[in-house]
Design a protein around this ligand. Sequence first.
Ligand code: NAP
Length: 535
Amino acid sequence: MTHLAVAIQVESVPQALAAAARAAELGADLIEFRVDRFTDPEAVAAVVQQSALPCIVTCRPTWEGGFFDGDDATRLALWERLGECVPPPAYIDVELAAYQRSPQVRHTVGLVVDHPGQVRPTHTGLILSSHDFTERPRGLYQRIEAMAAAAACRVIKLAWKARSLRDNLEAFEIALQRHKPTIALCMGEEGLASRVLAKKFGALLTFAALDTGGGTAPGQPTVRDLKTVYRWDAVNEETRVFGVIGHPVGHSMSPAIHNAGFDATGFDGVYLPLPILPAYEAFKATVGSWLDFAPLHFSGASVTIPHKENLLRFVRESGGEIEPLAERIGAANTLGRRGDRDGKLYACNTDYAAALDAVCDAMGCKREELGGQRVAVIGAGGAARAVVAGFSHYGATVVIYNRTFEKAEALAQAFADAPGKVVAARLEKLCDSCCQVYINCTPIGMSPNVDASPIDTAATPGKGWGPGTVVFDTIYNPPETRLLREAKAAGCMTISGVEMFVHQAAAQFELWTGHAAPLEVFRAVLNERLKVISN
Ligand code: NAP
């Protein structure tokens, strides 16, 4: 069994007991009391004996990344007192370095913890630990061997700062090859996978923070996020792993959406933020190693800025399949594996399909019926490219309006042979437009610049606007932009970028899981998250 342990910095007996009780309510089953700055043996004993959950007691010295700057005698007295607690702590954590260096530490700890030579009854186990807050330590495996060889050691614990997502794989391997119960965790944003997937690899525990910003090590998710976003209770050895690859990805809404979708459909999957540095080499090395690590069951990813082009190159070089329109767009946002887990890689672009679906749903038509439409696309960047590709592919006439006219021209040129006509126009000419569909593909109006709009609706193209005009803003934060508010007031049919976001995620979900995506769940989660951000 893998425990969900909440780490608590102890400041007083009531504070520690209240925090432990709250952790129990939130679903933790173990507490780590960090007593670095709270070392009075009687007070710590009171905390241990009244704790709502079984506990680990740790007094971490400054030289190992903690706050304790006292002498050995203080810790020896503390450990001795813990040996008399009823009930005793489930574990005490002692640094390997202290244990190896000091015969006194070994002697005192040996009296307190359970081990083959122990003569008095005790149920406290010894965690021998090693931490590196800056990098993967040299001699990681020698440390493991030393911990495994120490007769009194019941649990091996290693934690180090992940240099990249690849370090998680080593943590998984260590957990899998365990000689004794093992905790192997990577710290920092890149280490989240090792924390969320500890259960998949049979580690003894993972650590979570009680509240945002309240962790005891960098990268600890909150217990609430672990349970509700990252599906702690559902994760098992066979769980398939997905994620969003980008840089940065810390604020992506995709983990909340896809994990809620897995919950709603009962699909055995978990979805994580996967930050990878911008270079192609970093993408190739990381994604390649994750795909090759069979026990991880890494099955697919959403891919965002700056890796959409890198995904195409990677799948091409790997001999995988690329959706023709994604090739044409020059960017893909979805990585998957055909068939079962060992299947061929594929890359596709669900952004263009999402834009088409959002408009077709609102207009109540099929993609094939878009042929007679004139579509104004504002912007000529990545989003515009996908939108232009999709609408022109289905025969719509597309006019690209862009601040930098040359970019509009180049984009129109790239799709000159599409079934629908594609032309470029100067942004100032938007006022003369006689299109039926307007799609904003610029960030104008996006939070925090919510008072901006790419179209001056007072002057233009208001003369033609009204019922029968469709105005689609690809921006989803805020869900209703100024552009959409004004278009709605003029009687236009409006579509929020939320719909595009939901549809691109839904298409990915269906490709990966074979289940219809729970669109209402996706919408609800996204709107909830956007509400939290705007408050
Ligand atoms: P991008 O590649 O950087 O392109 C941005 C485009 O907007 C460029 O054509 C740029 O014109 C134009 N632009 C930027 N600021 C402008 C300004 N102040 N005045 C006039 N034009 C301006 O960005 P992108 O990836 O295409 O993303 C664009 C927007 O699409 C994002 O803000 C996002 O909200 C939205 N989006 C939504 C979804 C979704 O799922 N809902 C998905 C993707 C993107 P120049 O060529 O002259 O620089």
